[in-house]
Design a protein. Structure first.
Length: 118
């Protein structure tokens, strides 16, 4: 099973982008669906995480994106999207989606570049 991320591109400050991530096959026992990013010269950091529970879920955001980014995870469809608004130049990075399972599977998408610049 592979993850495919898409939706990156060049956007002006204040603009919006939606990143999408889907799996090539079925993934069972998902414990987390995440988005990370890595800016040039910096370490990879967590942007948003979706943790499904039995009947509910928890979503956490990095302080730097709270109120601007929204993660949407669908465990049944094995998709995780990231809606990004009010983008800033410091949001420029390669964004990676990630899915983890109870069986120890740790899948990563290939990364999609987001550039925020005027």
């Amino acid at each position: 099973v592979q993850l495919q991320a898409s939706g990156g591109g060049l956007v002006q400050p204040g603009g919006s982008l939606r990143l999408s991530c889907g799996a090539s096959g079925s993934i069972r026992s998902i414990t987390a669906m995440n988005w990370y990013r890595q800016a040039q010269g910096k370490q990879r950091e967590s942007v948003a995480s979706f943790t499904p529970g039995f009947s509910d879920f928890t979503i956490n955001y990095a302080d730097s994106v709270k109120g601007r980014f929204t993660l949407s995870g669908d465990k049944a469809k094995n998709t995780v999207d990231l809606q990004m608004t009010s983008l800033k130049p410091e949001d420029t990075a390669v964004y990676y989606c990630n899915i983890r399972t109870a069986w120890g599977l740790d899948l990563w998408g290939q990364g999609t570049l987001v550039t925020v610049s005027s």
